[in-house]
Design a protein around this ligand. Structure first.
Ligand code: 6R9
Length: 656
């Protein structure tokens, strides 16, 4: 495999302040190293100790890891527990009146919900589900707005051992249908509408449409939460109002104690092609992963006000809204709306109003807020913040620096957390009281996580060389299988040719630097090969974004007879779209800039400008679409999940 030396040349390093380190859960590099050493010397002992420290077991486990049917690993598999009990009941005696959730609606209405109140509502709803005949192992599809009730629905499923499958509220009827059918769901939970940025979007009508697409006979009931009160269609017998379902239900509900390996949920995520994959997580290993990462990476302290901006429709919302913060007994903010409504100061106002200490969001949000209001953070009191986090895609050093200096006022560590739907929790991320930060790097693996960069034969590559990101040993929070598709699970994640079927293949390309820091270059399928040189799209994008004209950039490869591939860049400028002669002028400037920043091999062949880039609703740039556009192909793929379909027309036009 042809590799070239790393061309990212970020050299800034930010060490934790003595004050931060002193109070941190992992205080100093020696403490981090001690945990890594503990895992290395006794892997099962390490995870077993953590599982006893963090989780309350109904029946203690005696076995830690069972590898006999690899890669279908089992963890703690003779133990019994309940996740909802761990998230709610165990806090009641000591802190029942503590606020569990500070909810802020799209329009700014605020609701506080204590652990006691949340427990009561989860129990009542769980009893309601039981009255519909939902039992352990049944599948429940949840298609809800980002409100407390979404968390209640998920926790109620966990309480009775039902397997939830949350579908993000922005997905189409076709996607909802696909998931209902694939999961074999018996109940769907939804709301009349959701509100985001002052706009209303139908949910119940979308479920009705999905239900009319066939093969949905298993669905016995559609539970509807009344949110906006708009008129909706109603199918008597099948449809039930949430408030009527919980009316008169007991406020206690004995949890169903499940085996550690009982599936907690499935969550569909897109694969490289075709049908979405139903990623299946187990109960105990997943809970342990979200708790250890809350403790180590978010450095959770009892007086924190934690805010993860992700929707519960994504894994980030599962792990760091529904489960992680509640398992720790934290107070967290849940926000229904969008960062730019009523204006680009909304996030900063929420931080100020609720005295948020820990703020976790995505690079795409950071970049757009940086563009819309670079000075806005200074107009708010952000002094409550002590820790910032980033997730979802590589964060370019420029956005990282703005986040660090303008939002965190150079006081708060930025934890860039690399992980996936499949890993359940953070895998590579800095323990903020120990690991010095480098902007653009997710730094070092969590203790116990054996991450490496390997070539096509599974051999570790030298520092500075790119390769496939793998995790060499099984870890508790990893997916157990793909729902209904164990063969695809094996093929996609444990391919025989890399590591002999023993390594978890993440699907990302990365490299390590001489300090062992990981730099994610993007999905492995985004790696370009230009004249035999391997280049990460991320590296070129990062260079483009470093130019003062540019806000955002996405780079794809276009097949080329001689060079193998050439580089096409899609660029959003800080100013408005260039016109006439400006186009050629700015194109030349940026091409030369990249050539200077990285090397002539990285010079884009073509640059197209748009007001925006095509993104999924979770903010990921859809490079597959861009590749098709670059090749001049007609778009035949489903674009219903795009945030902004209109942008495709603009980007279709080849540069003059
Ligand atoms: C949690 C989540 C997973 C993919 C992953 C990678 C990208 C996530 C990242 C990152 C660089 C980070 N990704 N975090 N890339 N740095 N800190 O996003 O899960 O939606 O399954 O996406 O996202 O490419 O493979 P998911």
């Amino acid at each position: 495999m042809a590799t070239i030396e790393s061309i990212l040349h970020e050299t800034r390093v930010f060490s934790p302040s003595a004050e931060f380190a002193k109070r941190a859960n992992i205080s100093g590099m020696a403490a981090y190293q001690a945990l890594c050493d503990e895992a290395k010397s006794d892997y099962a002992g390490f995870w077993g100790r953590l599982a006893r420290d963090h989780i309350n077991w109904h029946k203690p486990f005696t076995r830690v890891l069972d590898e006999s049917n690899a890669p279908f690993y089992k963890w703690f598999d003779d133990g019994e527990l309940n996740v909802s009990w761990n998230c709610l009941d165990r806090h009641l005696a000591t802190q029942g009146d503590k606020t569990a959730i500070i909810f802020e609606s799209d329009e700014g209405e605020i609701t506080h919900c204590s652990y006691r109140e949340l427990h009561e509502q989860v129990c009542q709803f769980a009893n309601g589900l039981k009255s519909l005949g939902v039992k352990q192992g049944d599948r429940v599809v949840i298609y809800m707005p980002m409100r407390i009730e979404a968390v209640i629905a998920m926790q109620a499923c966990a309480r009775i051992g039902a397997i939830h499958s949350v579908v993000f509220g922005g997905f189409s009827a076709k996607s909802v249908h696909e998931r209902i059918v694939d999961a074999g769901a018996s109940v769907v939970i939804t709301a009349d509408e959701q509100t985001r940025g002052g706009k209303h979007h139908a949910l119940k009508a979308t479920v009705d449409e999905a239900m009319s697409m066939g093969n949905t006979d298993l669905v016995r009931a559609v539970v509807v939460y009344r949110h906006t009160g708009t008129d909706i269609g109603w199918q008597p017998g099948r449809d039930k109002w949430w408030h009527e379902l919980v009316e008169g239900q007991a406020s206690e509900c004995e949890p169903v104690w499940v085996n550690a390996e009982h599936p907690l949920f499935t969550l569909y995520t897109s694969g490289s092609t075709g049908k979405p994959k139903g990623v299946q997580h187990a109960t105990a290993g997943y809970l342990l992963g979200v708790m250890t990462s809350m403790h180590w990476i978010f450095d959770y302290q009892p007086d924190d006000i934690f805010w993860c901006t992700a929707d519960v429709g994504w894994i980030t919302g599962h792990s760091y809204v529904t489960y992680g913060p509640l398992a720790m007994g934290a107070t967290q903010v849940i926000f229904e709306g969008v960062p730019t409504y009523p204006d680009a100061g909304r996030f900063w106002k929420i931080v100020q109003d609720h005295k948020v200490t820990t703020f976790y969001t995505a690079p795409t949000a950071i970049r757009s807020l940086m563009k819309l209001g670079p000075d806005l953070p200074q107009q708010y009191d952000l002094s409550s913040l002590r820790l910032l986090g980033s997730v979802g895609e590589p964060i370019n050093p420029e956005a990282w620096m703005w986040y660090y200096t303008e939002v965190g006022q150079s006081r708060c560590p930025v934890v860039d957390t690399w992980w996936q739907t499949e890993t359940g929790c953070h895998m590579i991320a800095p323990a903020p009281g120990a690991v010095p930060l480098k902007p653009g790097s997710c730094t070092l693996p969590l203790p116990g996580i054996d991450a490496a960069v390997v070539d096509e034969a599974g051999h570790e590559v030298e520092p500075g060389y790119g390769g496939f990101l793998v995790i060499k040993r099984p870890f508790p929070s990893q997916l157990r299988t793909l729902w209904n598709d164990p063969e695809r699970f094996k093929r996609a994640y444990f391919p025989h040719d890399i590591g002999g079927g023993r390594y978890y293949l993440a699907g990302d390309s990365a490299h390590c630097d001489k300090d062992g820091y990981f730099w994610i270059m993007g999905r492995a399928d985004d790696v370009l090969n230009v004249s035999g040189h391997r280049l990460g799209t991320m590296e070129i994008e990062s260079a483009l974004v470093a130019h003062p004209y540019v806000t955002e950039a996405a780079v794809v490869g276009r097949p080329h007879e001689v060079k193998g591939e050439t580089i096409v860049a899609f660029v959003v400028l800080k100013n408005k779209l260039p016109q006439g002669d400006q186009v050629a002028e700015i194109t030349a400037t940026l091409r030369d800039w990249v050539a200077k920043e990285i090397g002539p091999i990285a010079r884009p062949e073509e640059i197209r400008f748009g007001e925006n880039l095509p993104k999924t609703r979770s903010g990921k740039i859809m490079r597959r679409l861009l590749r098709a556009l670059a090749k001049g192909e007609e778009i035949t793929q489903d674009t219903s999940t795009l945030e902004n379909p209109a942008i495709l027309e603009q980007l279709k036009q080849p540069a003059p």
